[in-house]
Design a binder for this molecule. Structure first.
Ligand SMILES: O=P(O)(O)OC[C@H]1O[C@H](O)[C@H](O)[C@@H](O)[C@@H]1O
Length: 264
């Protein structure tokens, strides 16, 4: 992968000024993605519910399973494209007895990143799940970052025990620990003041009605083993997903989800 990247994007900066493992991993592409599939608490979720899960790891198993290379990186129309896959196995069925195949297609362009998720129900039982793309953005200074496109939306405030509120601000800034699920979001959201050039990024989504906004802030940052104590000052998570309610997929059916992150 790195030879193709270096050939295609010789200027790409993969160095990292972060100390914590979590953010080091993310800075390679300025964004990083891990994704979560699942549904809270009961049968969930191949990969888990969004959040704590009584049958498996927080946020599910997909982000910690070893994926297969469905198609290796290749250059396509000036982009680098590759596809990974994950199917159910003995371990996943132990936690969650359903059959599935996931396809995760990554398309890297000069100033955009498209991430497509295809969920196939390969079994004879319908199941439901939630899914999220857990995107980390790097910012020069969190106090200069903001998100637009969330005004007048209802959000679940996980810091306030799930209380529902309505967002009044045109530009959402983050002055403290934030962990919010914005519901029924428009398909275009803008994150301002991110990337090392403090530029703006357009998030364009398909079939993701929710946006999670997360920053652990000081105390939680200190409590996280793979996160530097001060790294909350230079990161922001804006996560496209389907988490506020589960998706149901019938036996033999296929569903598509995607997000494109474009530098503006
Ligand atoms: O530490 P992790 O398991 O990666 O979760 C990191 C965060 O992910 C999401 O943003 C959730 O809304 C947060 O509640 C959680 O703390």
């Amino acid at each position: 992968m790195s030879e193709i990247l270096e050939k295609r994007f010789p200027a790409a900066d993969t160095s990292s000024s972060f100390t914590g493992r979590r953010m080091q991993a993310s800075s390679a592409f300025v964004w990083c993605n891990s994704f979560i599939l699942g549904k809270p608490c009961n049968t969930f979720l191949f990969s888990a519910c969004f959040g704590p899960w009584d049958k498996g790891p927080q946020h599910g198993f997909a982000r910690i399973k070893r994926w297969q290379v469905e198609s290796p990186p290749k250059e396509e129309d000036g982009n680098i494209v590759c596809c990974l896959s994950l199917s159910d196995d003995e371990e996943t069925r132990q936690m969650w007895d359903y059959q599935f195949k996931l396809l995760y297609t990554i398309q890297l362009g000069a100033s955009s990143l498209t991430l497509k998720l295809t969920v196939q129900n390969t079994g004879n039982k319908e199941f439901d799940f939630t899914t999220l793309m857990h995107t980390y953005f790097r910012t020069g200074d969190i106090s200069h970052a903001s998100i637009s496109g969330l005004e007048q939306l209802t959000y679940i405030d996980k810091v306030a025990d799930g209380k529902e509120e309505v967002e009044k601000r045109e530009f959402v800034v983050i002055p403290e620990n934030y962990d919010r699920v914005y519901k029924n979001c428009p398909s275009e959201i803008i994150v301002k003041g991110v990337t090392e050039k403090s530029g703006d990024v357009l998030i364009k989504t398909h079939n993701f009605p929710d946006i999670v906004v997360w920053n652990p802030w000081a105390d939680k940052a200190k409590a996280m083993g793979d996160f530097g104590d001060d790294e909350y000052k230079t990161m922001l998570c804006v996560e496209a997903g389907y988490v506020s309610k589960p998706v149901t997929i019938g036996s033999g059916s296929v569903l598509h989800f995607s997000q494109t992150l474009s530098m503006l």
